[in-house]
Design a protein around this ligand. Structure first.
Ligand SMILES: Cc1ncc(COP(=O)(O)O)c(C=O)c1O
Length: 332
């Protein structure tokens, strides 16, 4: 029975769903959304903060800072609250209002930058704001998840060993790529222990982590507009790209069976299903990782008006049973 003193100590690492009856392929899903931050990023946040403590990079009175519009910001606000640090999260006007309120509810401070950068986004402005704050006050410590090796080490030590233990004969592991912390950590571990699984990264079309072609993306979690420093393509056997309308379709298919997952889970499951259909031999098995649950996506992935506004060709409402959303992504 889990019985914890600190929120980051609740890690339910043995929650799996058999998706084969839903997607028609031999696919299981490892669910990482059942914790106090609601996502896999609680492991990343706790591991990075502990490593910084052990390296004496932070001490009582330090202020943790990160640029994040999503799950890592929420997770860091919880770890900071649990360990008595202040936390500042730099966000932008596109960041989710729900995440902002979650961070503030745990005592975090949100700084919103509103100046567009040269790419028409806010990333460069956010990073500049973090650097300015760090330069202004020595108490700040920037976690920098895109370049921090303790991001992928969290999954090396916490996520991958349970996969190897539960699925010793697994053929394919499918992992979504955002910062690439999860896929890099799992790949390093499975290679180190000689596990036979092929590692397949799943990314959103338009992300530049493993491709040169950038494009608009609207669903948070996966994909980047710059290549993360911790990304290592040599550890990965293959990369699958999924268009966001297919992400929406897969999320809604799972939801119709009572499994309300976050947007990136739709991407990973769509990628895994497509890959297994094309490549898997009879009797092979796949496992995908789900980063979070769907509550935070009710106004986006699960909202018909949002979907028709963002993806051309969806023609208004998506019928509940008929969830195909063909068409290309609208430039905004
Ligand atoms: C919902 C969701 N899915 C997937 C990911 C990707 O994980 P990683 O950054 O380890 O590549 C993230 C990361 O923020 C996320 O928030």
């Amino acid at each position: 029975v889990p019985y914890v003193q600190r929120p980051e100590h609740l890690i339910l690492d043995d929650v799996f769903v058999d998706l084969s009856g839903i997607v028609g392929q031999p696919l299981s899903l490892k669910c990482e959304g059942f914790n106090f931050a609601g996502s896999i990023k609680l492991k990343t946040a706790a591991f990075m903060v502990t490593a910084a403590e052990e390296a004496a990079m932070i001490k009582p009175g330090s202020i943790l800072i990160e640029s994040s519009s999503g799950n890592l910001g929420v997770a860091l606000s919880i770890v900071a609250a649990s360990r008595g640090y202040e936390f500042v999260c730099v966000m932008d006007p596109r960041s989710s209002a729900l995440n902002r309120r979650r961070i503030e509810a745990s005592g975090g401070r949100v700084v919103v930058v509103d100046e567009l950068d040269d790419n028409g986004g806010y990333l460069a402005t956010r990073i500049r704001a973090v650097q300015r704050l760090c330069d202004s006050d020595g108490r700040y410590y920037w976690l920098n998840q895109y370049a921090n090796d303790n991001n992928w080490r969290a999954h090396y030590h916490l996520t991958a060993p349970r996969i190897a233990e539960q699925f010793p004969d697994l053929d394919y592991l499918f992992v979504g790529a955002g910062t690439t912390g999860t896929v890099t950590g799992c790949a390093h571990y499975l290679r180190d222990v000689g596990h036979p699984a092929q590692i397949i990264a799943v990314d959103s079309t338009g992300s530049v982590t493993f491709s040169e072609r950038s494009g608009p993306r609207f669903i948070p979690g996966l994909g980047t507009s710059f290549r993360p420093e911790i990304a290592d393509r040599t550890l990965i056997d293959d990369v699958v790209f999924i268009d966001e309308p297919d992400t929406v379709r897969m999320c809604r298919l799972m939801a119709q069976h009572g499994f309300l997952f976050g947007g990136s889970t739709g991407t990973v499951v769509a990628g895994a299903t497509d890959f297994l259909r094309r490549h898997a031999a009879e009797g092979s098995s796949g496992l995908a990782i789900s980063a979070d649950l769907g509550d935070g996506y009710l106004d986006t992935v699960y909202d018909d008006d949002w979907v028709s506004r963002h993806y051309e060709g969806s023609e208004g409402r998506l019928p509940r049973g008929e969830t195909a959303v063909p068409g290309k992504v609208v430039e905004r």
